[in-house]
Design a protein around this ligand. Structure first.
Ligand code: AMP
Ligand code: MG
Length: 653
């Protein structure tokens, strides 16, 4: 991949950064070249302490397991040839040797032809014997003989020496993460201590004057330090031993002191924030003084994640992740995790990647490797990766996201239907039991609550009513919540159903005009009059809704061909509309009554909207769908919906 070299912009003479933007691949290659090969330190641990560490070297089995031919049952050690003619009607009498082989006793007497020795499960098979007869398949004949009425296969119920683990065999490979299973194998071979890779100590620091630690009080204009907690946890998840050092102010001297101190004891230093343009961004300047070779890449053609800074200071990797939490996460997982795992002696994380089909086209910028957050759902023919919000500041999209996909710098899109590799944030796919794709409503959480309590996982992906119907038709979800008004039939939802979908009534939501309580331009008017008045007031700004939203259809009906100021502000949720009005970004918009009420805003009712469920008939019998339908019909959720301001529906209304 070629370097993307961007000339120094003329208006930033005082800005000595982002002179050369490296491609993702170049940045990784240069970083690796500066770090490897290197000596990965190991330490000796007792079995108990080795749990969760990576083996530093291959382990070769020092003994056979079992160490001797061992009986698997309680019974008698025999010569199988003695029983060749035995059968239901042909009993064979075998004389008993004067010995009982218990667990832990070595046999003394050989089993000669026509004799057997009593043996317990786990006992060593005596010389001469080649099979074990279960005690249940024998009859005692006095005290010194038994009768057997069945033949024995040579080797039956015998575990031969080394059949479990053979001496000299490679028992465990270097890089294996030691769990209880591995500890069991080591113990079986008598190994009490192993060499493990010393977990790399990773110092984690956040930077920014605006950062406050969770648990502390948020002051005005401050935000909670998200990266500190995420990076610390992700270091542990990938074999590192994190040392979180808190959020450091944007003060060159304070930060430099903290970084130098961290470098004294740590194998790696990961900062976040302070790498993008801004007077307070000082960490990259400090790095240049901390050791050689210093900065390897500052500015990588990633989206988001361009401000990533990779450095090596006297052998220690120093990384500054971008400040935005999602950007920090993408770059951490894509670029840092492979390095961290190598330092931790772990192999690349194969279990952290799955392939999934992308259901919709995703546009992408040419020249930058783009990361897109995705939620995974199980469709009829495999995994589907739903793209989430692309804003680099959107931490909330984490909640529904399983991982991310990477769009190559040279691609300007991913076509709908493409199979893409998804990197998981946490290496196991959580495929939800119930998948809801469509229009979101806060009432939905009230109905799905009992499912969550019953241990069923619910994934709700908000793509609007039309997007939900399309997903349902493609078999990507169990149900699609919709609220679509059909002008021709003057009815909701039913006219939009396609074959294979059936409508289950949900609830009714009062849609109307939201405004700030006390605003005399709206107070006391009907919705139609309020909108008319707003349109003639040039100072009045509206907030619209996105194309495809049921609410948008209502707004367009009220507005006709008018395009008032604010029309192009088209957020995607009821809550965003209420927030815009509440924060004076707009004066009116359309939302649902419960949302207006929760935000403490004024509300003029316009029309009751039907929020129903298009259920995929082929999936209706699935337990999770049945559980959902039962919850939807239950008196408990009807009461909860009513309390929240919704009117539960029945087939009649
Ligand atoms: P910076 O690179 O410092 O300019 O940060 C870019 C954006 O990320 C700013 O909006 C910061 O407030 C935000 N940010 C930086 N560090 C953190 C952090 N540790 N947690 C949450 N947001 C952060
Ligand atoms: Mg900052």
């Amino acid at each position: 991949m070629p370097n993307v070299t961007i000339a120094k912009p003329r208006d930033s003479v005082d800005q000595d950064q982002f002179l050369t933007i490296l491609s993702r691949e170049d940045a990784i290659a240069r970083f690796e070249a500066a770090l490897f090969p290197r000596n990965i330190p190991s330490e000796r641990k007792s079995l108990a302490d080795a749990l969760g560490h990576a083996l530093a070297a291959d382990i070769v089995a020092p003994i056979d397991v079992p160490p001797f031919d061992r009986s698997n049952v309680d019974g008698f050690a025999v010569r199988s040839a003695d029983l060749a003619g035995a059968g239901e009607s042909v009993p064979v009498r075998i004389a008993l040797n004067d010995e009982m082989i218990a667990c832990g006793t070595a046999p003394v007497q050989p089993v000669l032809t026509g004799t057997a020795t009593s043996i317990a499960t786990g006992g060593p098979v005596p010389r001469g014997a080649d099979a074990i007869i279960m005690v249940e398949h024998t009859q005692p004949l006095g005290t010194d003989a038994i009768e057997i009425r069945r033949a024995a296969l040579p080797g039956q119920f015998v575990s031969y020496a080394g059949s479990d683990i053979a001496r000299g065999e490679t028992l465990l490979r270097a890089g294996t993460m030691i769990g209880s299973r591995e500890i069991g194998m080591l113990a079986a071979c008598g190994i009490a201590h192993v060499a493990v890779v010393r977990r790399p100590r990773v110092a984690v620091m956040s930077t920014g004057d605006e950062l406050v630690q969770p648990g502390e009080t948020l002051r005005p204009a401050a935000i909670y330090d998200t990266n500190g907690a995420i990076v610390t946890a992700a270091v542990t998840e990938n074999g590192g031993d994190p040392l979180f050092l808190g959020a450091i102010a944007d003060d060159e001297q304070v930060l430099e002191t903290a970084m130098r101190k961290a470098l004294e004891t740590c194998d790696m230093l990961v900062l976040s924030g302070g790498t993008s343009k801004g007077a307070g961004d000082v960490s990259h300047r400090i790095i240049a003084r901390l050791g050689l070779p210093g900065i390897i890449a500052h500015g990588v053609a990633l989206k988001p994640g361009k401000p990533l800074c990779l450095a090596v200071c006297d052998g220690t990797p120093v990384v500054i992740l971008p400040g935005f939490p999602t950007s920090a996460m993408f770059t951490f997982h894509d670029i840092l995790v492979p390095i961290l795992r190598r330092l931790a002696g772990l192999p690349p994380r194969a279990d952290a990647q799955v392939t999934a089909k992308v259901p919709v086209r995703i546009a992408s910028e040419l020249g930058r490797t783009e990361f897109v957050m995705v939620s995974l759902v199980e469709a009829d023919n495999g995994l589907i990766a739903y793209p989430g919000g692309k804003g680099s500041g959107a931490i909330t999209s984490f909640a529904q996201a399983d991982g991310f996909l990477r769009i190559d710098a040279l691609a300007d899109q991913i076509l709908a239907g493409t199979e893409a590799v998804v990197t998981l944030f946490t290496p196991h796919v959580r495929v939800p039991d119930l998948v809801i794709v469509g229009s979101h409503c806060t009432g939905l959480d009230l109905v799905t609550e009992p499912l969550a309590r019953a241990g069923l996982s619910v994934r709700s992906i908000s793509v609007g009513s039309l997007g939900g119907l399309a997903a349902a038709k493609r078999g990507e979800c169990d149900l699609a919540p919709i609220h679509l008004f059909d002008e021709k039939t003057e009815s909701y939802n039913t006219p939009f159903l396609a074959e294979g979908l059936e409508l289950v009534p949900g609830w009714r939501r009062m849609q109307g005009i939201v405004f700030r309580a006390g605003d005399t331009r709206f107070e006391g008017l009907s919705a139609q009059d309020a909108v008319r008045a707003a349109m003639v007031d040039r100072a009045c700004i509206m907030v619209n809704r996105n194309q495809g939203a049921g609410t948008r259809i209502l707004i367009d009906r009220l507005l006709g061909s008018a395009r008032p100021d604010g029309y192009w502000n088209q957020p995607k949720s009821h809550n965003a509309v209420a927030a815009a009005v509440g924060q004076h970004r707009a004066d009116w918009g359309m939302t649902i009554a419960p949302v207006a009420r929760a935000a403490g805003l004024g509300f003029i009712p316009l029309a009751e909207e039907h929020y129903d469920f298009a259920v995929v008939t082929a999936r209706k019998q699935r337990p999770a769908v049945q559980a959902f339908l039962a919850a939807l019909a239950s008196p408990e959720s009807h009461a909860a919906l009513a309390r929240a301001g919704f009117r539960p529906a029945t087939a009649e209304n």
